[in-house]
Design a protein around this ligand. Structure first.
Ligand code: GRF
Length: 193
């Protein structure tokens, strides 16, 4: 479906706010021959994001924007994305909500990874909620981004069993491990290279 630039790799930007472990796994994936993406830019709203170090290690351009002035930050980001001919945006632990206008500029080209089995538990504290509700399973979802938070079309999900002694921390760790495998799978699924 959707993503194809002929035989060339899809120029991708990854947006992060924190640790960047999903960014790390996407970079690893992007270097595989079978990968349809090349990561050209890292965008962060947080200059202290640990994930920014991956930009340095892998020589990927990093861009930090101050989202306190979101409208002007988005304007600048859009300019840079277009300048770098970015065709795909992967949100990976990006903690800001992009405006409708921004999303419209990349309609059908923004993906997000969320640590729950959507449509269950949109927003924050997903692991706490799943444990509190005594769910048998939680998991993770990769979906397209639309203007409603965590509500766009689902691309792929992975279920993770919740054990009796799981804490939000232990569950988060198990799910994150699956996230690292799921994001590349989602990208392969929507690309037709
Ligand atoms: C992940 O659990 C992701 O699903 C959520 O935030 C976390 C980010 O982790 N949106 P990392 O920064 O990729 O390590």
């Amino acid at each position: 479906m959707v993503l194809s630039t002929g035989s060339k790799k899809i120029k991708t930007a990854v947006f992060i706010s924190g640790t960047g472990s999903n960014l790390k796994s996407l970079i690893k994936f992007s270097k595989l021959k079978k990968s349809p993406i090349s990561i050209e830019m890292i965008v962060s709203n947080n200059p202290k994001s640990k994930g920014l170090t991956f930009g340095k290690i892998h020589k990927i351009k990093k861009n930090i924007f101050n989202f306190k002035k979101q409208a002007s930050a988005e304007k600048e980001i859009l300019f840079k994305l277009k300048k770098n001919k970015i065709n795909l945006i992967c949100l990976a632990g990006f903690m800001k909500i992009l405006s409708k206008n921004f999303i419209l500029n990349f309609k059908g080209q923004i993906l997000n990874i969320h640590p729950s089995l959507l449509p269950k538990y949109k927003g924050l504290n997903t692991h706490e909620k799943a444990i509190k509700n005594k769910d048998e399973y939680s998991g993770c979802t990769v979906h397209f981004v639309n203007s409603k938070v965590d509500s766009g079309k689902i691309i792929i999900q992975k279920k993770v069993k919740i054990k009796k002694d799981d804490t939000p921390k232990s569950l988060a760790k198990k799910i994150l491990y699956q996230e690292h495998k799921l994001y590349p799978k989602a990208i392969l699924k929507i690309s037709n290279l």
